[in-house]
Design a protein around this ligand. Structure first.
Ligand SMILES: [Fe+2]
Ligand SMILES: [Fe+2]
Length: 362
């Protein structure tokens, strides 16, 4: 991953250029919702890419042979940003979308070719190879820090609203991510991770939320693991294999991961503890407490960041932000439905057998 695989920042730029080509082709051939989704992925990619170039590649060019970024490149980037914003506003249903997208595609690919033939050789010829490798980490940080689109089933997003949000917002987040890593690169060796929070070297995130719902309903909802993708960011699927074992497929810092988690303790209306094994080692505990008319839910998650990208994500507080977002969406999910989707009231680690809550279908 990142710096470990020897790729440098120019390799990252080239990889992005390839992905941008593919995304344009996908938008072109897509139809309906799929076309819209591909377009949103393209918007995000281009916004992140151009921001990373502005923050990392342009300063390198200024140093390289006292050169500078060509004015044409800068105005092309500005123009692409404007056109992208306009296309996002119009949406793929607009009759002139196709034509304007084709024009943008031609302009962007020509711009990328000019970077490859003019800028990249100047940088490689004058910047130390080790430095270019370190900067690959910062380049990838932009991708990790940029917001992904809200989950289509999230109660906070309107039906069919899969937009990544305004381009400037995507660029802001990407820029913050890069700057944070750049600061770390300059004040210490790359890859040095922050201190662990637990005795055995794991990192801990703890967050809580108060749900305006009774304790029993809140606990019941949390036992419906297969509903997690409806409010958890990046979670593709959760399959309950048996009472104790749950299989997860999720995207973590841009990487698709699969793991099983085993429930080690489950006490209705009180708490659930688990251990996760596989691509993502983790362990956690979720505690439910009655507060007034509502329920306080506290999650403690211990995890081990793997590889450079996850370590960057960890430094940027992405795990915390994601956990907080998931808890908030869980609250909104249950509150907006008004009742739980189901409930499992068995004990694990206790003596009682399982007891399925029967609820009317929703
Ligand atoms: Fe560019
Ligand atoms: Fe580029």
């Amino acid at each position: 991953m990142a710096a470990e695989d020897g790729r440098d920042v120019i390799d990252e730029v080239l990889k992005d250029h390839d992905e941008i080509k593919t995304l344009f082709a996908e938008v072109e051939s897509g139809t309906g919702d799929e076309k819209r989704e591909h377009f949103e992925a393209l918007v995000r990619k281009l916004a992140v890419h151009e921001t990373a170039e502005q923050e990392i590649v342009h300063p390198l060019l200024r140093q390289a042979d006292n050169g500078n970024v060509r004015d044409e490149r800068l105005s092309e980037e500005k123009e692409a940003e404007r056109e992208l914003t306009e296309l996002q506003r119009m949406g793929p249903e607009d009759p002139s979308f196709e034509m304007r997208l084709k024009k943008l595609q031609a302009d962007v690919l020509e711009h990328a070719a000019a970077e490859e033939s003019d800028e990249h050789p100047r940088i490689r010829a004058s910047v130390d190879a080790e430095r270019l490798r370190k900067l690959a980490v910062a380049f990838r940080a932009a991708e990790a820090a940029a917001p992904t689109r809200p989950h289509p089933n999230s109660p906070t997003s309107a039906i069919g609203n899969v937009a990544v949000g305004p381009i400037v917002a995507v660029m802001d987040r990407a820029r913050d991510g890069i700057r944070s890593v750049m600061r770390k690169l300059s004040d210490g060796p790359t890859g040095e991770d922050g201190a662990a929070d637990t005795d055995d070297g794991m990192h801990r995130v703890e967050c809580s939320v108060v749900v305006e719902a009774p304790l029993r309903a809140t606990y019941n909802q949390w036992t419906q693991f297969e509903d997690f993708p409806r409010f958890m960011e990046g979670v593709e699927s959760v399959i309950q294999l048996d009472d104790r074992t749950v299989h997860w497929v999720a995207e973590v810092a841009g990487v698709r991961k699969e793991w099983d988690s085993e429930i080690t303790l489950q006490t209705p209306d009180e708490e659930i503890n688990w251990l996760g094994f596989g691509d993502s080692d983790n362990r956690g505990r979720i505690v439910f407490e009655r507060t007034g008319d509502g329920t306080k839910v506290t999650m403690m998650l211990d995890y081990e960041p793997q590889g450079a990208l996850e370590q960057i994500g960890d430094k940027l507080g992405l795990v915390r932000r994601r956990a907080e977002g998931d808890m908030k969406r869980f609250k909104e999910f249950l509150e907006s439905r008004g009742r739980e989707t189901g409930g499992w009231r068995g004990d694990i680690g206790g003596d009682e057998g399982p007891d399925y809550e029967s609820l009317p279908p929703s």
